[in-house]
Write a protein that binds this ligand. Sequence first.
Ligand code: COS
Length: 403
Amino acid sequence: MIDQSFLSWPFFEERHRRFAHALGEWADTALEEEVDHDDVDGSCRALVRRLGEDGWLKVVVPHDYGGLTPAFDVRLLCLARETLAYRDGLADFAFAMQGLGTGAVTLFGSDALKGFYLPRVARGEAIAAFALSEPEAGSDVAAMATTATPDGAGHVRIDGVKTWISNGGIADHYVVFARSGEGPGARGLSAYMVDADTPGLIVEERIDTIAPHPLATLRFEGCRVPLSHRIGAPGEGFKVAMATLDVFRSTVGAAALGFARRAMDEALKHASSRHLFGAPLSDLQMTQAALAEMGTLVDTSALAVYRAAWTKDHGAPRITREAALAKLHATESAQTVIDKAVQIFGGAGVRKGMKVEELYRDIRALRIYEGATEVQKVVIAREMLKLLAAQSHPGTASHRASA
Ligand code: COS
């Protein structure tokens, strides 16, 4: 039985507890019917449809466009990801991408874009994706080379390559970031909503990984997009991307937390039922030490994740440091927790088909995507230094939101 005592922490309201319990109950039966790890495209399509039909995707869009709450409730997003990841990585992925793939529209889109795209995503009728990374611009977003060039009245032409694009190949639309030239580096990017069937958008290569999910490299060749599909002001694309990541980075921590909690539960059950040297494995102090370290990492990750979510939900305009810290700590901790769980299982832990073996593969990408651990360290240190500078020179603007 999963320990949900964290739900009584002051970060949560009754509606959060009800949501987490109801989603857990739903997932216990629904996911088995929809997930087939040998058919990730089919499973993701089925999962999005079912999540939408049964109302769970209402938390990824605002109330006015078919959602549950007036604006993002980051605690609900995190609880959803933790709950789904505890049961299945692909289910978490399908849910998360609907949010990340439309987050920029929710935060910065015109009423027309919101009205057209968000309700379909919330109903599970359209699959969303976020196209930021490039072969030469992953962590260094400002080095992006894809261009958006004016092309006749009211259009831009997008040219370039995007890679590591989740849902690439099955998405109905992509939020695409490109260099529009208003200024150098981070100051000259814009974001656009691009429909998957737009001529010039080519799915160049599907990418297989250790924990397979729909993933692709996209090529844009003279892909004409109406200016009405720009998300946010011209040249503000970097801020659109960073603000979207501010919301979704803590949810990556929540997914890692779900994986870690599941690994810990599997290890606990195994350690108390497996006997060696005439006693349960859990009688050995070395096993107890491992379990204690796992429990500590799981709880501190939960504190970091839900602190970030609570801070955003309580009106902080930016949670750059809190979100980076939550993602960094929860993903790195989950890797450690899952590795310890595999060790407790011994040989059985690396056997294909074992849950801990699946988790061992599932966790790895989370330390890389949506800002690698090293990027999170840069972000956290910069925010700390900005705060110090603002305190040393009062009157200088600090970007950091106070909790
Ligand atoms: N919210 C809003 N605006 C933000 C922001 C945020 N979270 N973070 C930065 N900005 C703004 C800054 O305020 C700055 O604006 P001004 O020029 O008006 O001051 C502008 O954006 C540029 O910021 P910065 O100078 O920090 O840009 P850098 O190129 O140095 O950013 C990092 C470097 C590493 C922080 C950034 O590129 C990053 O987060 N990279 C990781 C990206 C990522 O997650 N990739 C994975 C792809 S998604 S799967």
